[in-house]
Design a protein around this ligand. Structure first.
Ligand SMILES: C[S@@+](CC[C@H](N)C(=O)[O-])C[C@H]1O[C@@H](n2cnc3c(N)ncnc32)[C@H](O)[C@@H]1O
Length: 207
């Protein structure tokens, strides 16, 4: 029987996946100071939060954070770290692929992030849950000719193409302002290199 995402990711996290990657995303740290002055105290949603490195960072920055992941093992690690740091995060264990069309977060958010979890069809749903003026930040490993020399998944199915994120948002692009986009090679904090696609959009209308 094929393993579900939950079984596969629980096993990976039990084996210590991403234990060393406790630092928040460099890209998120670069963007949040530009967002936070207007969004402080508002809700943020971390899609496929893993061990919660970015959820914890956002909570530290004053956001009220909802964090969703399929792996209860990853969420338990995140919840422990939050407790140790005295931070409140609203954790939710949810498979975003099973019944993805029926899954909707509750309410609207000033900031939604989806980092290193490829689920492009989810992006228009996330836009529906952006408050007017709210920001959506996406960062994915990108398909690249010499991908085997780079960090990230070896299976190209778990990497986006350079245009995929914007294409996925095409149905709602009229409600959005593109703040920044990037596709290229980045030096990671652990010394490795990654091919990344990044998209930062802001919702301009009520929808
Ligand atoms: C590469 S990790 C990225 C974690 C986190 N966003 C980060 O940047 O550290 C991918 C995450 O996607 C989650 N994931 C995989 N399939 C999922 C699904 N069907 N529904 C929800 N989360 C899923 C995994 O559990 C894992 O935590």
């Amino acid at each position: 029987m094929a393993q579900t995402d939950r079984q596969r990711w629980d096993a990976r996290y039990r084996d210590g996946a991403y234990e060393q990657r406790a630092w928040p995303s460099a890209y998120l740290q670069q963007c949040v100071p530009l967002i936070a002055p207007t969004q402080l105290g508002v809700r943020a949603l971390d899609i496929a939060c893993g061990r919660g490195r970015n959820s914890l960072y956002l909570a530290q920055q004053g956001f009220a954070v909802d964090a969703v992941d399929v792996s209860s093992v990853a969420i338990a690690h995140g919840a422990t770290r939050a407790l140790q740091a005295g931070l409140a995060v609203n954790w939710r264990c949810q498979d975003l692929q099973v019944g993805a069309a029926s899954w909707h977060p509750q309410g609207t958010f000033g900031l939604i992030i989806m980092f290193r979890y490829v689920a492009s069809p989810l992006l228009p749903i996330l836009v529906e849950h952006l408050a007017p003026g709210g920001h959506l930040l996406v960062e994915e490993h990108m398909q690249w000719a010499e991908a085997e020399t780079l960090s990230g998944p070896s299976n190209p199915a778990f990497r986006v193409t350079s245009t995929e994120l914007k294409q996925a948002l095409a149905p709602c692009i009229g409600q959005l302002e593109v703040v920044e986009e990037f596709a290229g090679i980045v030096d990671e904090p652990d010394g490795s290199r990654a091919a990344l696609a990044r998209l930062w959009v802001r919702r301009t209308t009520e929808g």
